[in-house]
Design a protein around this ligand. Structure first.
Ligand code: ATP
Ligand code: MG
Length: 256
C-alpha cells in the first residue's frame, strides 16, 4: 500500500518551468568552453520587461545573452524563449529575438547605413523602396539622415553603435537582448536612446555597466564567475555590487 502510494506520488523535484509561453527560462544550464565552465544557472525565469545583467568583466553576461538567442547552445540543460527551446527552434529565434552585439563590427553586415537599417523592414515583406524610406525616416528622427549612403566602415565607434541600435529597433523584435548598447555613445545620444528603449512595450534584457540607467529597471542580475550572485530589485542588487566593487578596488589600490 505504502509502496503503491509512493509510486503514484509526483517526483520530488522542483516544479519545472519548461514550455511556459512567456519569458526566458534557464533550466539546469551549464556552458563550457574547452574544459572550463563559463556559466552555470540552475533555474531562472525572466519575465519582467526590463532586466539588467551586471558583473565584472568576464563574469558571463555576453555568454548568458548569447545563450538566449541560440548563438551559443548550452553544454547541459535547456534555455527556452517564450516556449521555444534554443536548440530545437534555433532557426525560429531571430524572428522573435533581436540581438545587439557588444562589438558593432560583429553586427554590421551591409555596406551602407541605409541598407543595414532597411534589412529589418525588408524582412517583414515590404518592398525594397519602402524599406529604404522607412530606414531613412528612422535615421532622420535620430539626427543622422545624412549618413544613409555612407559606408558603415567609415563611421566612428559610437556612430556604428547608434546604427546597430536603430537597425535592431527597425526589426521590431518581441524581445530585445542588448549587450552594452550604450558603451560608446555620447551623453545626448545615450539619453535619447535610453528613453526610446525604456518606452518600448517589449521585453529588454540588457548587459550594462551603466549604473545611472539601471535604477529604472524591474530586475537586476549580478553575475559573478559565471554564476548568479544576486538577483532582485535594483535597489537591492546595485548597492551590493557597488560595495563589492569598492572592496575589490580598494584591494587593488593597496597592493599596487
Ligand atoms: N570566444 C571565446 N573563447 C574562449 N573563452 C571565451 C570566449 N568568449 C568569452 N570567453 C570567456 O568566457 C567567460 C565569460 O565571458 P563573457 O564574454 O560572457 O563575459 P562578460 O561578462 O560579457 O564580460 P565583459 O564585461 O568584459 O563584456 C570569460 O572568462 C571569457 O574569457
Ligand atoms: Mg560582454
Amino acid at each position: 500500500m505504502i509502496e503503491a502510494a509512493r509510486r503514484k506520488a509526483p517526483p520530488a523535484s522542483r516544479p519545472h518551468l519548461r514550455g511556459v509561453a512567456e519569458g526566458i527560462i534557464f533550466e539546469d544550464v551549464q556552458f563550457r568552453r574547452a574544459d572550463r565552465q563559463v556559466l552555470a544557472i540552475s533555474e531562472l525565469r525572466l519575465a519582467e520587461r526590463r532586466v539588467g545583467l551586471i558583473g565584472d568583466n568576464g563574469s558571463g553576461k555576453s555568454t548568458m545573452l548569447r545563450l538566449m538567442n541560440g548563438l551559443l547552445l548550452p553544454t547541459r540543460g535547456c534555455v527556452e524563449v517564450e516556449g521555444l527551446g534554443t536548440v530545437r527552434h534555433r532557426k525560429d529565434l531571430p524572428a522573435k529575438v533581436g540581438f545587439l552585439f557588444q562589438n558593432p563590427d560583429h553586427q554590421l553586415i551591409f555596406p551602407t547605413v541605409a541598407e543595414e537599417v532597411a534589412f529589418g523592414p525588408a524582412e517583414r515583406g515590404i518592398s525594397a523602396r519602402q524599406a529604404r524610406q522607412q530606414a531613412i525616416a528612422l535615421l532622420e528622427r535620430h539626427g543622422c539622415g545624412e549618413w544613409a549612403d555612407r559606408n558603415v566602415n567609415e563611421l566612428s565607434g559610437g556612430q556604428k553603435q547608434l546604427v546597430c541600435i536603430l537597425a535592431l529597433l527597425a526589426t521590431e523584435p518581441s524581445i530585445l537582448l542588448m549587450d552594452e548598447p550604450f558603451s560608446s555613445l555620447d551623453l545626448p545620444t545615450r539619453l535619447l536612446l535610453y528613453r526610446r528603449i525604456m518606452a518600448l512595450p517589449e521585453q529588454v534584457v540588457m548587459a550594462t555597466h551603466d549604473f545611472e540607467l539601471l535604477p529604472a529597471f524591474d530586475r537586476v542580475i549580478w553575475l559573478d564567475e559565471g554564476r548568479i550572485r544576486l538577483d532582485g530589485r535594483p535597489a537591492e542588487v546595485l548597492p551590493a555590487y557597488r560595495a563589492h566593487a569598492t572592496i575589490v578596488g580598494a584591494g587593488d589600490a593597496l597592493t599596487s
